[in-house]
Design a protein around this ligand. Sequence first.
Ligand code: CA
Length: 507
Amino acid sequence: MLKNMIKIHLSLFALVFALESKPLNVLFIFTDDHAYQAISAYGSNRNKTPNIDRIAKDGMLFNRAFVTNSICAPSRAVILTGKHSHLNGQLTNGQRFDGEQQTFPKLLQNKGYQTAMIGKWHLKSDPTGFDFWQVLQGQGPYYNPPMNTAQGVKKITGYTTDVITDVTLEWLKNGRDKNKPFFVMSQHKAPHRNWQPGPKYLTKYDDVEIPEPTTLRDNYKNRLEPASTQAMTIDQHLSASDLKLKAPGNLTPEQKTKWDAAYRPKNEALEEANLEGDDLFKWKYQRYVKDYLRCIDSVDENIGRLLDYLDETGLAENTVVIYSSDQGWYLGEHGWYDKRWMYEESFRTPLIVRWPGVTQAGSKNADLVQNLDYAQTFLDICGVKSPKDMQGASIVPLLKGKKPKDWRKSLYYQYYEYPGAHSVRRHYGVRTDRYKLIHFYMLDGWELYDLKKDPNELNSLYGKKGYEKITSELKDELTRLRKLYQVPEDTRPLVRAPREPRKKKKG
Ligand code: CA
């Protein structure tokens, strides 16, 4: 009896030891412009994402995950460095990322991790800190993408979302050294503009109507001028190729046949209908959102392929799977597509983490987290100490269900790309659990929102009676955050800024 018990104890000890000594792998799946409103685990009323939901079902879903600067290249630079844009140098999409600087993949490599970067990179300079990389050129096309590698350009035929997954699987199966733990970033172009669906999903949603958001016909009243002077409305700013009134120019004959079979009849019906006014607007919304959702269908299917592979090989048990996007997105809220704003839909981003044995299955977290935290979180998961100059915080305690007492109570945000695509004015601001204060600093105009009373941010309360105290508190908090993050007082010298018209002297 005693002998048997000792045996059991010894084998349990061996099992625990084996599990603990096996270093963790990380699979980071990342998309470009994926709205949390288009993920069923986030309660989408527009689509279903069964495979992203698989990650949420066994993991933790973050309901308050945000970015620091809601645009593609800057978000990627923040994730790599764990530093705000003004310190990592990537303020806008226009700059070239300085790959010489400290990034988390380099720190992982130093500790024996194998790192790989596959898919959309979008930082102009070649990736650094990766044992293997194969990336799209710039934004990259949806079909037949040429990809840059350390050995030169590879020409590939296929749908880009499938291709990125194929390359990721090939590296996992045959490319890596199986004696070392891995950190792989599998990063999609989808569902970035201009939303070209894959061959399998070209006609999905043809027979359904996608619900409209309540703010689709926003009139931009009760806010400052920037909300009404942007160039990202579904009504006015979508191009003929955005709306698939013409086919992409880079399809193979076989792809082109499928494309035409899907869109030609629909486009002929549109011409016949001769829509105007709100009917045309409704049509544009449906076409735009359906194409966007079709791109998500391919992403979701491909995430399923990766998860299946982890399950089949037994890698799932010691691989942390993380799903996120470079920012959120407008699926018609405020009448918009695109991102950039500190308003919720683009400021927030999806974040779902599955860590076997650590994250409570199906759990949801409402703490304020930011893409600024990703680098330190990745290092923490992999048992690597974070350098002191990173500006975020590891969310590993949150993943373990143990929120630190001093967890942040506010977030800092800053957007720089003006003048630029879509004409969104530069702004910075602070968000707490309940309030948001935004400073359009080149106009010196402020907006204040009570997110509890006005979750859609339609009514700025700045300067209104009764809000003096909260405004002053938020301004103090903003000053504190700008000091904490070492934000320069005036960032205009850092980027090529527009010349302000000179004020005429009086008299
Ligand atoms: Ca993006």
